[in-house]
Design a protein around this ligand. Structure first.
Ligand code: C5P
Length: 282
């Protein structure tokens, strides 16, 4: 029997990069939030493992985080089975929306359910960091403060729901390239991340992202996109993760016409209940 699992995107309401680590990663501090833009994973047991995807530009070999999650789950639990997964992609890639990471987290959750819950969620969360820094976050309830490489997850209460526009310029950005380009001596933001974090819970949010600067250096077109969105009447336009998508808050009279040539959608925050995965509506 085939089952369908909802795999939400995330945005980073703020993201500070604190230092470069000896292992090549960066120490970050970021407020992550799931949003109601999602992929779908259609999963059933099968003779052999097989991943398919409706988007031909997504690799479906072992480099895909979904298959990495399948291999990780089998390795950790020592269970053996075959699984067929069809991925229906709606989250833009190379956008900073965590699509691949969410797919991996959803795969881990789904396999555990389909195998009769042999392990606890906290085990899935800790294993997840072995295949990607952003995957553990999705085992929160949808709002979390993430530190370390991103894999240390502090679950937080839901924030007041906010409606925003997501705009994804056609050029995508590679996370690794953006982190490599970041000059830690030239960050605009010096604020303490815990202070920024508390601002979101006391009605004084600061939407900041240290990765905007390197992204703008690599892709100057993004500077133009951001300033046109601000001119149109949004009071906040902030890049999510390593880009290239922006979330835009405010009430412009009209969306600027160039946005219509890009992926754009009005969205809101989402969350999940304890012992359930994310669903279409909560
Ligand atoms: O962990 P993940 O595989 O998603 O990271 C992709 C790349 O992004 C890493 O290889 C690294 O170059 C960069 N990265 C980083 N610091 C982080 C997270 C990711 O430098 N905290």
């Amino acid at each position: 029997m085939m089952q369908t699992f909802y795999s939400p995107a995330k945005i980073n309401l703020f993201l500070r990069v604190l230092s470069r680590r000896l292992d090549g990663y960066h120490q970050i501090a970021s407020l992550f939030q799931t949003i109601n833009l999602h992929d779908l994973l259609h999963i059933s047991f099968a003779e052999e493992d097989l991943l398919t995807c409706d988007d031909p530009s997504i690799p479906i070999d072992r480099s895909n985080l979904v298959l990495k999650a399948v291999a990780l789950f089998k390795h950790k639990t020592a269970l053996s089975f075959g699984i067929r997964i069809h991925l229906e992609k709606l989250i833009p890639k190379e956008a900073g929306l965590g699509g691949g990471s969410s797919n991996a987290a959803t795969t881990l959750w789904a396999l555990n359910q389909l195998c009769g819950c042999p392990v606890e969620e906290k085990d899935l969360l800790s294993w997840a960091s072995e295949i990607g820094s952003d995957i553990p976050f999705f085992f929160s309830h949808g709002t979390a403060y993430c530190t370390g490489r991103g894999e240390i997850v502090r679950c937080l209460p839901m924030l007041p729901k906010l409606t925003f526009w997501l705009v994804k310029p056609n050029q995508g950005l590679s996370t690794q390239m953006i982190f490599n380009k970041l000059d830690l001596n030239h960050r605009l933001i010096a604020d303490d991340p815990e202070t920024i974090l508390s601002g979101f819970f006391s009605g004084k949010p600061s939407y900041l992202n240290d990765l905007e600067r390197p992204a703008f250096e690599i892709c100057p077109f993004l500077v133009e996109v951001k300033s046109k969105l601000l001119e149109a009447g949004f009071h906040t336009v902030s890049m999510t993760g390593s880009g290239s998508a922006f979330f835009c808050i405010g009430n412009p009279v009209e969306l600027p016409s160039f946005v219509k040539t890009m992926f754009h959608k009005q969205l809101t925050f989402t969350s999940r209940l304890s012992n359930q995965w994310y669903q279409q509506k909560v």
